[in-house]
Design a protein around this ligand. Structure first.
Ligand code: GLA
Length: 695
């Protein structure tokens, strides 16, 4: 399997020799911290920015708000190692212990996203070289070079020293490695070029193989020596095989960079301490499935920026993050009202952040941490939302965070040991995303929007969705939908066909099965290896200048942006939709086809459907596959999620509609937030209720 092979492709031996650390096996622990609350609220706190005399008051206010977690230290390298090899953790230990006195547990961040000035001044090769050849400078962050052996050495040492000091501290429940993985920034220096070339050599073994897979006879690109292979600068102008491998190299480089710290922390710490990383939703700088593998669980930083919560986008991003490890996750940063970095930093409406937090819990989050507690008096993020004002007293948002903290305390025992389960999976692949985005063909092609349109229509009906890597086990799903699986190499086609043969329903969206794992066109028509089982193929794809009428068993509507002209090739294949009058080529041609295969079914939808058609298509998929909703009918705008396990069943209802809504329950349930038994729930706009079903 390509993914497994990719994981075997490790960085050059030099890296291994320098950084290899024996990894102590640590039993997987659940995200729910033993002995602590099942769902927790917290904040990101920077004690190093304040006189120690202030800490007690900060922690007292946190405790009063029932905040149970602080994430600390991820930007405090210059305080923890003020000069080379001189470590000072006493202050951090005092902060962690004082937090514990207030019943607050600590998560330690490794500080490697912001190296101290002495380090980069003395060893300039630890700084990244930008694409234009200029070295990054001190004073911002993510300026370290993740491929620099020297930088990695320093990162490993600080992580090791932290682990030696805090790895057995019972008040430290876990670790966050680095911060937002430096936005996947790479260094474009000679070192990095050599590592990339070595990585390619390790993968392809021979240049003949690489030349063949990349078709380098095109434009005289043929390589006779590994050292001839360039960085893909600018991206989009180079060979698609080279560009896709670069993305995988970025993934493996960041993975090794993180593992360099993860491994050393694991070897010195209590296995009950978790290790996580704070990802960024749909950011695609690297393959999150690969980077999540060594972590205990994934976390993400959930920011709205300009505007207001989009429940589909946010729900999808939560489900995506849960799918990285197919485990509960943490929202380790979220905005207390406003951010400081978007075009218009409006405040979320009163109650909106609370609704957003509960939606996250419903989708499998076990922690909500507000970034940040209080703004540093100086520093780049002075305008960001906080819980505490510059005078040290609660800002208005503190009351909303407190309400959440108190509610989590009320509800936590019901959530302990629970998780989300779904009968429907959306497949999501970084390889395919990169391949399409590198050659969009029409700038309007927006994969996130396409994923969201499938998600919206299906989630509305099923009320639970998993978003998983295409190589994930699929047997448990009644319906598997792949809106844009552009790369379907033979091993993946077998995996998908196994699922269908055993009774599953696989739905493919446009651009599916066009390429192999080398980003080369398959020498078959789409969907490649799946064309024969589908009994149909794509004759030609078209980027649309204007919408095209489309109609069939899901009704009448329009296709936009992209349309594939399909053709039936085998008996049993049935046309579900046809194009109307368009460019002549598409007129009256099939747009969507389905065919039973094995004990299951394959469906191919070659167009981007309007909302109404999408809704009808989703209804057909859900019905045909026998998917049952987790709750049942709900008024418009109300989202339900279910978490179950440990003999419990808990529903989270959030009203995203601008009007009040009533939810009718099928029987009397215990309402955990209002503290009563009832058969109905009244929800104000942004209102939330949690119902525990004892049946
Ligand atoms: C990111 C970072 C934080 C902070 C916030 C501000 O998520 O991880 O350090 O800068 O953004 O929104």
């Amino acid at each position: 399997m390509e993914r497994t092979c990719r994981l075997c492709v490790v960085l050059p031996v030099l890296f291994l020799a320098v950084f290899a650390v024996a990894q102590t096996p640590s039993p997987a622990i659940p995200t729910q911290i033993p002995g602590h609350d099942a769902i927790v609220a917290g904040t990101d706190w920077y004690p190093e920015q304040w006189p120690e005399s202030r800490w007690e008051e900060d922690l007292r206010l946190m405790e009063a708000a029932d905040l149970k977690v602080v994430r600390v230290a991820e930007f405090s390298w210059s305080r923890m190692e003020p000069s080379e090899g001189r470590y000072d953790f006493d202050w951090l230990e005092r902060a962690v212990n004082l937090a514990a006195k207030h019943h607050i547990m600590s998560v330690l961040g490794t500080p490697t996203a912001a190296p101290p000035a002495w380090l980069t001044q003395k060893y300039p090769d630890t700084l990244r070289v930008e694409r234009n050849g200029q070295r990054a400078i001190h004073g911002t962050r993510a300026q370290g070079s993740v491929s620099s052996p020297r930088y990695r050495g320093f990162c490993r040492k600080i992580a090791e020293q932290m682990a030696l000091r805090f790895g057995r501290n019972p008040n430290v429940v876990g670790w966050q490695i680095d911060n937002e993985e430096g936005y996947a920034l790479m260094s474009y220096d000679d070192h990095a070029r050599k590592f990339f070339q070595d990585w390619l050599q390790n993968k392809y073994k021979s240049l003949d193989r690489l030349n063949a897979h990349w078709t380098t006879s095109y434009w005289s690109q043929t390589y006779d020596n590994w050292s001839e292979i360039p960085f893909p600068i600018p991206m989009g102008d180079h060979n698609p095989g080279l560009e896709l491998d670069w993305k995988r190299f970025v993934t493996d480089t960041w993975n090794d960079y993180l593992n360099n710290q993860t491994n050393v922390i694991r070897s010195h710490s209590d296995p009950r301490q978790f290790i996580t990383a704070n990802f960024m939703g749909f950011f695609d700088g690297f393959d999150h499935y690969v980077l999540s593998e060594p972590l205990t669980f994934a976390s993400w930083d959930d920011y709205v920026g300009t505007g207001h919560v989009d429940p589909d986008y946010n729900g999808l991003a939560h489900d995506l993050t849960r799918g990285f490890k197919r485990e509960n996750f943490w929202v380790i940063e979220t905005q207390p009202g406003a951010v400081n970095w978007s075009p218009l930093n409006n405040f979320l409406n009163r109650g909106e952040a609370r609704a957003m937090a509960w939606q996250a819990i419903g989708h499998g989050a076990d922690d909500i941490n507000y970034w940040q507690w209080r703004s540093a008096l100086n520093g780049q993020e002075q305008y960001h939302g906080t819980l505490i004002g510059p005078d040290g007293r609660p800002a208005p948002f503190y009351s909303e965070a407190s309400e959440l903290g108190h509610d989590f305390v009320k509800a936590e025992s019901a959530f302990r040991g629970t998780e989300v389960s779904s009968q429907v999976a959306l497949l999501h692949s970084y390889d395919s995303r990169w391949a399409i985005d590198l050659q969009k063909f029409t700038q309007q092609y927006d994969q996130q929007a396409l994923l969201k349109s499938y998600y919206h229509a299906l989630r509305h009906l099923s009320q639970a969705m998993d978003v998983v890597n295409p190589y994930a086990p699929l047997a448990g799903y009644k319906l598997v939908v792949a809106p844009d699986l552009n790369l379907i190499p033979e091993d993946l086609s077998q995996h998908l066909l196994d699922y269908v043969r055993n009774g599953g329903h696989l739905v493919l969206g446009p651009r599916s099965g066009m390429k192999d794992q080398f980003n080369a066109l398959l020498p078959q028509r789409q969907p490649g290896f799946l064309a024969e089982p589908l009994g149909a193929r794509v004759e030609q794809f078209y980027a649309l200048e204007k919408n095209v009428p489309i109609s069939g068993s899901w009704g009448d509507g329009e296709a936009s942006i992209w349309a594939e002209q399909m053709k039936i090739e085998s008996p049993g294949a049935e046309v579900l939709l046809r194009y109307g009058k368009s460019n002549g080529w598409l007129d009256n041609q099939p747009a969507a086809i389905t065919r039973p295969y094995g004990r299951g079914r394959i469906t191919y939808i070659g167009a981007i459907l309007d909302d109404n058609l999408m809704a009808n298509a989703a209804e057909w998929m859900i019905h045909d596959s026998g998917v049952t909703p987790v709750f049942g009918p709900l008024p418009d705008g109300v989202e339900v999620s279910r978490r179950s396990g440990d003999g419990k069943q808990v529903y989270v209802f959030v009203n995203f509609a601008p009007q009040e809504r009533q939810v009718v329950l099928p029987r009397s349930m215990k309402l955990l937030l209002s503290g009563k038994e009832a058969t109905g729930i009244q929800l104000l706009p942004d209102g939330v209720e949690v119902a525990q079903d004892s049946q």
